[in-house]
Write a protein that binds this ligand. Structure first.
Ligand SMILES: *[C@@H]1O[C@H](CO)[C@@H](O)[C@H](O)[C@H]1NC(C)=O
Length: 198
């Protein structure tokens, strides 16, 4: 697990990213805080890249380093799962582009529609998932197939042979999202109306 952020103190009662993903998979994961330049010293079959409050296009050293790590992993054919910021980092690293969504924030419980490719992969018509993003993948990297979309975010899920990435957060629990939205509403990042709808 390549951890790209740590939730603020009041949210840590729900666990940090390592704990949230361990809860999701119901098994221990080895985790590395890539914001502190911690990287695995051995090779793994598969890697998960977490969400983050940072933007994938920021000119920050650890973000550049993570993109290079993704390119190296991809050359070796390692399996990668990217979540939110992780989805966006994969896009930026492998020749796509990330930008601020002109459609604005997408937050809370959201139904995304799978296209025919997505239906084949997931074996269902849609995914219900927690969203928490303003940036989105605006250019799909070469070789990737888009699997699902929402009204304001056309690239919700993308995939190629060894990689699958999601804009939404399968690891976020309802109570975590509720508190995060409330904190951000108090700070004026989200309006009351956005909070109610989410
Ligand atoms: C997450 O929390 C656990 C338990 O407190 C701690 O051992 C671990 O170092 C934390 N991981 C990160 C990446 O912050």
């Amino acid at each position: 697990l390549l951890v790209c952020d740590t939730p603020d103190a009041p949210l840590l009662q729900h666990g940090n990213y390592t704990q949230m993903f361990q809860n999701l998979f119901q098994e221990p994961l080895e985790s590395f805080d890539v914001t502190k330049n911690e990287y695995p010293q051995k090779e793994y079959d598969s890697y998960i890249i977490t969400g983050s409050r940072y933007s994938a296009y920021e000119d920050v050293e650890w973000i550049h380093k993570l993109k290079q790590f993704v390119r190296d992993l991809d050359k070796k054919g390692a399996k990668i799962v990217g979540i939110c910021f992780g989805h966006q980092i994969v896009a930026e690293a492998l020749g796509g582009k990330v930008s601020k969504n002109p459609g604005g924030w997408e937050i809370g419980w959201t139904r995304l529609k799978l296209n025919d490719d997505g239906k084949r992969v997931f074996g269902r018509e849609w995914l219900d998932i927690q969203e928490m993003h303003q940036d989105h993948v605006s250019v799909v990297p070469p070789g990737f197939t888009v699997l699902g979309a929402t009204a304001i975010c056309p690239v919700q899920v993308m995939q190629k042979s060894n990689i699958v990435t999601l804009q939404g957060h399968p690891e976020f629990k309802h109570e975590f999202v509720k508190q995060l939205i409330s904190i951000r509403t108090n700070k004026g990042i989200f309006t009351e109306d956005q909070q109610d709808r989410a």
